[in-house]
Write a protein that binds this ligand. Structure first.
Ligand code: SAH
Length: 351
């Protein structure tokens, strides 16, 4: 098991630059030391304080005594016939999470997990069926990015261009750790990802959507999946707490603050939300919101009762939205052969 012997020490990958500054100041060191240490933590190939060559020996000794930086161990790595790569990572407590790397046109998108399992219980999603186990720490989220970036770097395969929080879990239900992770990922001395290259996807936690909009200009994706409250509540229990009216009002506010379009994800489930009426209702619902619509023909799995509509139905649904003036894409599913596609992430715990 990784890192257990460090348990008394502080994991520096759990600290934003401000928190690292507080950490060094609390140890009687000048605050600028944090600015020296922080970039080292996210440099590829660095595994030990002794490699941080511009730090004094004293400082390195102090750090070795009181701190460490955690790493994620790849427990499995599978490559799909379409090039999608699924990493399985073993956590300190024996749990396993999955992270998916999606290469497209020479660029890389990384799909990051935010929780072990998920408590949202959406009826079409396999992650939901495994139940909720725990939140990921900030370090566990940042380390998914670091480890995959390091792997790409070692194999001279380039860099990660986009991050999407669309893996296992509901990122906005792990809000504080998510905010810390985003702070590190966007810090110019950390990973230096621009906000516009990061997308946070949510099933619709309204207060956290609004709060996120105050803190970052990251892209927002909404897992919508139905255009009326009755159907949506049936598919997604969270809708009973935050019904469509309040969700779309939050989207309006979010869009206003960053003048960019919101991405609406809509799974097409045969006979449930895929009629022409549903498409018209969706068009009406999103009226006035700067929107991009992604239609996801349901990824079928033997554990769940849903089917994907036939191509004619999918085309008709898309056509109606297009005629109403929306940008609407039908997203082809990636990585289905290795269970890496949307809604298929459900790692079994190793303990
Ligand atoms: N909890 C967040 C992040 C997960 S994103 C959210 O709900 O947005 C994972 C995406 O895969 C979501 O849009 C989810 O609705 C979608 N998904 C889940 N099950 C699916 C399935 N069977 N087929 C296609 N997409 C699915």
């Amino acid at each position: 098991m990784p890192n257990v012997h460090h348990s008394q020490k502080t994991d520096l990958r759990n600290l934003t630059r401000d928190e690292l500054t507080a950490f060094v100041v609390a140890r009687g060191l000048p605050s600028f030391r944090a600015k020296q240490i922080f970039p080292w933590l996210y440099r590829p190939g660095i595994t030990d304080f002794s490699e941080m060559t511009d730090l004094s020996k004293d400082l390195r000794n102090t750090l070795t005594e009181e701190a460490f930086f955690s790493r994620l161990l790849p427990a499995a790595k599978e490559t799909s016939s379409d090039g999608t790569v699924k990493y399985g990572f073993l956590l300190e407590d024996g749990k396993v999470i999955e992270t998916v790397l999606i290469p497209e046109d020479g660029r890389h998108t990384l799909c990051v997990s935010s929780q072990v399992g998920c408590a949202m219980d959406c009826s079409f999603c396999l992650t939901g069926t495994m139940g909720f186990s725990r939140n990921l720490s900030c370090a566990e989220m940042v380390n998914q990015v670091f480890t995959v970036a390091d792997d790409l770097h070692k194999n001279e395969q380039g860099a990660i261009n986009n991050l999407v929080f669309m893996g296992m879990g509901e990122p906005l239900a792990n809000f504080n750790n998510l905010v810390k992770a985003l702070t590190i990922l966007t810090d110019e001395l950390g990973f230096d990802f621009p906000d516009r290259k990061i997308t946070v996807s949510t099933c619709g936690l309204v207060p956290q959507i609004l709060e996120l909009g105050q803190l970052f200009k990251v892209n927002l994706a909404i897992s919508l999946h139905a255009a009326d409250n009755e159907t949506r509540t049936r598919l997604m229990p969270i809708n009973a707490r935050y019904p469509l009216e309040s969700l779309l009002e939050a989207c309006r506010q979010y869009a206003l603050s960053r003048r960019k379009r919101i991405m609406f994800e809509y799974i097409l489930l045969q006979g449930i939300n895929d009629s022409d009426q549903d498409a018209l209702r969706l068009a009406k619902l999103l009226h006035g919101i700067p929107a991009k619509i992604n239609l996801l023909p349901c990824n079928e799995t033997p554990e769940l009762p849903y089917k994907k509509p036939d191509q004619k139905r999918i085309d008709s649904f898309q056509e109606i939205l297009k005629r109403k003036g929306y940008t609407v894409l039908v997203r082809s599913s990636r990585g289905a052969d290795i269970s890496a596609a949307c809604g298929q992430l459900a790692a079994k715990s190793s303990t």
